[in-house]
Design a protein around this ligand. Structure first.
Ligand code: GLA
Length: 738
């Protein structure tokens, strides 16, 4: 043990030449479970297992484990850290990424916590990078002595523990208190220009004064387009704002680098961001009908469908061949009613305005299946986490109908955090005070032609620590029907307390129970299974009656998370079919946050094109996870490309398969109903790549029309190969046809 401390100290001294921090990447121990004693510095953890914090505890010998676990490390904190630092007032501890909630103890004293609805570690569900800053004179720190850092974790589902690369302890540096805030939206001007304001802000008492460097580079050529340096001074009372405009940009992303250098300390802070570019053409003023070609409902169930259409308003709607029991509101485009007779009803939809009219063939299929194409909608989780409330849901519904439903977006889904703490005396579930009137809320959503979703767990508690449906399944299904719910996400969570080590039947059981309850009610409720892909759920999700099933743990708004989920879906692709879809989790575009305060997604703009293209190729439900009250121009453009959405909504319901995989790029191919194919050429590398396919390659052979789906135009290709220059982490999405 002692040898280890010496080693840690030696490493620390050595690495101080480069950075003053002491790395905390090695020397951790882990115990699964929970005990207050484990915070104590005197607790003997010698028998605990050594753990590699580069990876989650699932990867470290605890597969599928959710619940409590503790990490401990013994570390000497030398006072030389303080002596050599420019600012000596606080200590910073980097704990990698925490999944999901944590409490951090230094020598038995609580020095920080994250997650928690009401101060209870179990009710949080907030994964992400964690850094704690404490005062250097905090008596918890034992300078020049052995310290015990103990981290209590509560994992609600999916990956768990502390993991990643950023583990260290050091003095909070001058720049640890500075933020280059790039959250403002870009403004789009003439001459293909972009402008924006960024802010330098601080929470420190220190007065910053120095230079702000601003540089724009083209990642394709590495050439510098703009370079400027400005004086910059700011304090906690007075931030510094820098506004810039860059012009004559091509249709691609550029990299902006901001570098602030503080004169007094000589310290430097650098941040980069990429610039947005819009690919979806501006919608025409002429009428056009969008959305899927088919919609399924069960006989006798309330029917609701808003015809998605673009074009100058007012639009007038017509539907010929509607089955008995349905009526159309010609002014709003909402079809409602109920159909008693099973059957496939071909309908001709027409939308007109003063510039003309457009028709589309549409099938209404009344039978046992619903969700014939993947759900398109919004879910509160990736934006608001447990802070979701009635107002946020109404704002989302209004924004959806004003800006997105014309392209087929239809579901407004409330995730965890709506439930009361206790059931009524008769066992009925109720909403908490953030949702004063669930029926009123669903009436409002339905009045817009949209559908409402809700969330629960088969366990006694949800992942956020609220009430689940355990032993109340029939009652809850009936309550949802009474409220007018159209979609249920059913999340395993605390069901592990009921069945800790389920076999395959055990994994299916709770989903079959709720299926049976949903089958008893007179309402079509889309059934979305959420259990993180356990037991290869894609192989039996349809059998237990799921309209979709999560194939993975929770997504985060990083390239690492999105790409490792998205590009690992090949195993599940063959199981995708109308009414039953793989769900690689919700979208991380726009402003996300998993709680009350939001930030721009950390995905670059090219990564966002990849995200939407790949999810559409996979026939995934597309559930927007951002603040819909704040849809910036890029996000709106990204989510309103009818040709991209048509790939997702293709009635054949196939999942794309991984056709070519190598270190730098991948090609995914999806067969479409019309006999064509959608093909995604993805650049997984950090550099521009030219991705080519021979025209005689089986993927292309026999097809002579190549369409750039994002730009909605045909590509003229001479020669024997099809080639595309693709940006780092970006995509070229094409559709080939005859
Ligand atoms: C789990 C799910 C998430 C979300 C949260 C809510 O982590 O995977 O999608 O529903 O629970 O607590």
């Amino acid at each position: 043990m002692r040898k280890l401390f010496v080693l840690i100290l030696l490493c620390a001294c050595f690495s101080r030449v480069v950075a003053q921090d002491i790395p905390l990447t090695k020397g951790w121990k882990l115990a699964i479970g929970d005990s207050a004693q484990w915070a104590s510095p005197t607790f003997n953890d010698q028998h605990w297992a050594a753990v590699n914090v580069a990876q989650s505890w699932e990867q470290e010998g605890h597969p599928d484990y959710n619940g409590f676990g503790w990490y401990r490390i013994h570390i000497v904190i030398p006072s030389s850290l303080k002596e050599k630092a420019f600012l000596k007032d606080s200590v910073r501890i980097n704990l990698g990424s925490v999944d999901d909630n944590d409490e951090v103890y230094l020598n038995g004293k609580l020095i920080g916590r994250f997650g928690g609805k009401t101060g209870d570690i179990v009710k949080g569900a907030f994964y992400g990078p964690r850094t704690y800053t404490i005062a250097a004179n905090n008596p918890a720190i034992l300078w020049d002595k052995e310290n015990v850092l103990a981290v209590r974790i509560y994992d609600t589902g999916g990956d768990g523990g502390i993991y990643g690369t950023n583990f260290s302890i050091g003095m909070a540096d001058v720049m640890d208190h500075v933020k280059i805030n790039t959250e403002a939206d870009f403004d789009y001007g003439e001459r293909n220009s972009l402008s924006k304001s960024i802010k330098l802000i601080t929470t420190s008492h220190y007065n910053y004064s120095g230079k702000l460097g601003f540089k724009v580079t083209d990642p394709e050529t590495n050439s510098v387009l703009y370079e400027k340096t400005n004086d910059a001074a700011f304090s906690s009372a007075k931030p510094f704002t820098y506004t810039f405009e860059i012009a004559r940009l091509e249709k691609k992303s550029y990299t902006i680098t901001y570098t602030f250098t503080d004169d007094k300390s000589g310290k430097v802070l650098t941040q980069t961001e990429t610039t947005p570019y819009l690919l979806t053409p501006y919608p025409s003023a002429k009428p056009k009908i969008n959305g899927a070609d088919v919609f399924g409902a069960r006989p006798g169930s309330p029917f609701l469908y808003l015809i998605p259409a673009t074009g100058h308003k007012p639009l007038v709607y017509k539907a010929e061949g509607l089955p008995e029991g349905l009526k159309l509101d010609a002014a709003t485009g909402i079809i409602s009613g109920a159909v008693a007779q099973k059957g496939t009803y071909p309908v001709t939809l027409t939308v007109s305005n003063k510039l003309g009219s457009k028709t589309k063939d549409f099938s209404i299929v009344i039978g046992d299946k619903i969700g014939l194409t993947p759900a398109l909608g919004w879910n509160s989780w990736n934006a608001w986490g447990l802070s979701v409330n009635d107002q946020k849901v109404r704002t989302s519904a209004k924004a959806m109908v004003d800006r997105l439903s014309a392209h087929g977006w239809a579901y407004i889904n409330i995730d965890d955090g709506w439930e009361a703490d206790q059931r009524q005396p008769d066992g009925k579930i109720t909403a908490n005070s953030k949702f004063p009137d669930m029926k009123g809320l669903s009436d409002y959503i339905h009045s817009l032609g949209l559908r409402m979703g809700i969330y629960s767990s088969p366990g006694p508690r949800t992942c956020g620590g609220f009430l689940g449906s355990w032993q109340h399944e029939d009652q809850d299904a009936q309550t949802y029907a009474d409220w007018g719910v159209d979609y249920l996400k059913y999340d395993w969570c605390a069901y592990s307390e009921i069945v800790p080590k389920p076999d395959l039947d055990g994994l299916k059981k709770p989903y079959q129970v709720m299926r049976a309850s949903l089958d008893k009610i007179n309402r079509d409720i889309m059934y979305s299974l959420c259990q993180y892909g356990w037991g290869n759920v894609w192989e039996w999700g349809a059998e237990v009656g799921g309209n979709s099933w999560r194939t993975t743990g929770d997504i985060q708004d990083t390239w690492r998370s999105m790409s490792s989920i998205g590009f690992n879906q090949n195993k599940a692709a063959a199981f995708s079919q109308p009414g039953h879809f793989n769900d690689p989790d919700m979208l991380v575009v726009g402003k996300v946050g998993w709680g009350p305060s939001l930030h721009n997604t950390q995905l670059t703009f090219d990564e966002q094109y990849t995200h939407i293209s790949l999810w559409s190729l996979l026939s995934s439900p597309l559930l927007i996870g951002c603040d819909m009250g704040h849809l910036d121009r890029f996000t709106l453009n990204l989510l309103t490309n009818d040709e991209v959405l048509a790939i997702d909504q293709d009635a054949l319901g196939k999942g794309a398969s991984q056709y070519i995989k190598n270190d730098n790029y991948q090609i995914w191919v999806k067969e479409l109903k019309d006999g064509g194919k959608a093909i995604g050429l993805f650049n997984l590398s950090d550099k521009y790549q030219t991705i080519s396919l021979d025209k005689t390659d089986p993927a292309l052979n026999g097809f002579n029309k190549f369409r750039d789906v994002w730009q909605q135009k045909y590509i003229i290709t001479a020669g024997k190969t099809f080639s595309a220059k693709v940006a780092p982490h970006g995509v070229m999405l094409i559709k080939v046809s005859k």
